[in-house]
Each structure stands twice: as C-alpha cells, then as structure tokens.
Write a protein that binds this ligand. Structure first.
Ligand SMILES: [Zn+2]
Length: 326
C-alpha cells in the first residue's frame, strides 16, 4: 500500500511516496481503511520540520485528521463501520486521562505526530480512538471534526462562553475558524469574524472585518487568535475589560510580547487550549444531531497530490483541502 513519507530531511521537496506493507491489527486495535484525510497547520508544519511536539518515528507518515471504514472486526466496532479517528494517543491510566483530559495524557501525544498518521491507505488503531460517524453527517464535516471542530469546541468551552457574549474570531475562514464561528453562533454568541473572505458570513458571523480592518475601538468579550504572533498585539487590544483571549495555534509565529499592565488593569484572561478530550468529541458529535454544521471544501486531491495540496495550503483558500485517500 502507498504512504506519504517525510524525514529525516524536511520540507515538501523531501516528501516521498513509499510502498509499505499493510499493517496487521494488534490486540485492542482494528484495521481502518482511510477514506478521507484533512490537511491542517499541524501536518503542514510537521512536513516542513517546524513541529512544536515530539515527532516519532522518523521517517514519518504524516496526517492527523481522518475518517475511514473499519476493515476488521473488533470488540466494539465491526467490519464496515464508518468511523472518525480521535487523534490522540493516550494511555488511559495517568492522572490526566483519569480526569477526562486524554489530550493532555502524560504519556501520549497527537496521532500522526508521536505516531505515524493518516496519509496512507490503512492504519491499525485502538478502538477507543474511534467514533461512529452518525447517519446524515456529511463526510466533509466528519473529517473536519477531529481537528477543526474539536479544537474550536474545546476553545469555546475553555473560554466559558455564555449566550449573548460577543466573540471576535481571527482566521474565520480557516479550518478552525469556520467551526469556531458556527459553534459560537449555535451557542448563542454574537459572532464577529476577521477574514478576507466575505463568505464566512454564511458560517455564523454576523459581521466580517477584513484582515487589518478591525476598528481600533472594537471590543469583544472573547477573542480567538489561532494565528499566533503576527496578530497577537492587535487581538489582545480587542478584548473587552473582564474578557478573555483564547489561543491554540502559532501559524504566524510562537513568540509575542505582552503589556502586563493592560492585562491586569482590564482583568483580561489568557487561555490556552489544545485539541480536546474524548468527552469533548462525544459532545460535539451529539451537537451535530441537532444542528447542521457545514465544511466548505476548496480542493479535493489524491494522496499522491499531497505536494500540490501543500502549495494550495499556503494560499488564502475558500475552505478545506481534503485528501481522498481510498
Ligand atoms: Zn494518560
């Protein structure tokens, strides 16, 4: 079977496609045929050698967001089940796992980063990482839930959002932004997006500011900045007194400065968030029963076109890049 491969030299020019043996399902695991995979900043950064987490193994099969079909019977899942993959490796026994924070497992990490990932035809994976895809949920949304959907859901819940709060979302047309806007709108917030793409209005934003054009005196109760350093100073300036800024990404850089006096004199809270727990994903899936989520797709490509997909990723796109694997 085919797999994308990167390392020990990184950068898309060093991306290879290799023929490897189909894996065997180990005890507690099932074999999953990957049908679709997403391309997210984490995969892009990994391929370019800019990953902030421990990478293993090297050379490496990237891909941390995928759906597929179960190919071997397990104890919970049966051959033919359509599943999405919760993308955290976790031991289930440490104090973090036992307090429902599997994504912070002391002995774990991101599937596709601390382990080989989704950019291949078959994977063997623990049944506890699998969720059945509900009938009626589109495959485009399903494949976007493990990273974009879950990260946004948890970020909103960490911020303690309440109906009526205002929220300003940087990168509203990005993989997480489209879900942060939709979920915030479902949760009853007044949603303001920052994007060059006016279509984000169809994804829950009542108002869209073009990048760099948020009015100076505009304030929101919650600000989401998943873009990192370049927008840090600006995004903090838009947090209302008593409000919060939430961050979960560093696409434009990981170091920024902070006016500490501004922070405490306005009682601003800074919240870090990363991925989400099994319970978060379970809640998010339940929410899709009642509310329709949408995932715009800019491009669909085959696994062998991953290099081109990475080029596309560098542009400001009209939605997600989906890899059709098998
Ligand atoms: Zn653990």
């Amino acid at each position: 079977m085919h797999a994308a491969n990167i390392g020990p030299e990184f950068g898309k020019e060093n991306l290879k496609f290799v023929n490897i043996e189909k894996p065997q399902a180990k005890s507690g695991e099932v074999l999953v045929r990957i049908t679709k995979a997403g391309l997210n900043p984490i995969d892009y950064n990994l391929i370019h050698g800019k990953i902030v987490y421990n990478l293993s193994p090297v050379p490496h099969i990237p891909g941390s967001e995928a759906i597929g079909v179960v190919e071997s019977d397990g104890t919970i899942f049966k051959k033919g089940d359509r599943v999405l993959i919760y993308n955290r490796i976790f031991d289930g026994t440490c104090d973090m796992c036992r307090s429902h924070s599997e994504h912070l497992c002391r002995n774990g990490g991101i599937w596709g980063v601390v382990s080989n990932g989704a950019y291949t035809e078959f994977v063997s994976i623990s049944e506890r990482n699998l969720f059945r895809i509900p009938e009626g949920l589109s495959e485009e949304v399903a494949v976007s839930l493990p990273v974009g959907g879950l990260t946004s859901y948890r970020a909103l819940s960490r911020a303690g959002v309440r109906p009526g709060d205002s929220i300003l979302i940087y990168g509203a047309s990005g993989n997480t932004g489209i879900f942060a806007s939709q979920l915030a709108s479902i949760m009853g917030l007044d949603v303001y997006g920052v994007s060059r793409k006016p279509w984000v209005k169809e994804f829950g934003c009542s108002t869209v500011f073009s990048t760099g054009e948020v009015p100076k005196d505009f304030k929101a109760d919650i600000v989401i900045n998943s873009l990192g350093a370049d927008f840090w100073k600006e995004s903090v300036s838009h947090v209302a007194s008593g409000g919060k800024i939430v961050t979960f990404g560093v696409l434009t850089g990981r170091e920024a400065s902070l006016d500490i006096a501004h922070l405490y004199t306005n009682e601003i809270g800074i919240i870090g968030s990363t991925g989400g727990s099994l319970e978060d994903l379970s809640r998010l899936l339940r929410l899709t029963d009642k509310h329709e989520l949408k995932a715009p797709v800019a491009t669909r490509m085959k696994l062998m076109q991953l290099g081109r997909a990475l080029d596309e990723f560098e542009k400001i796109r009209d939605g997600r890049i989906i890899l059709e694997i098998s």
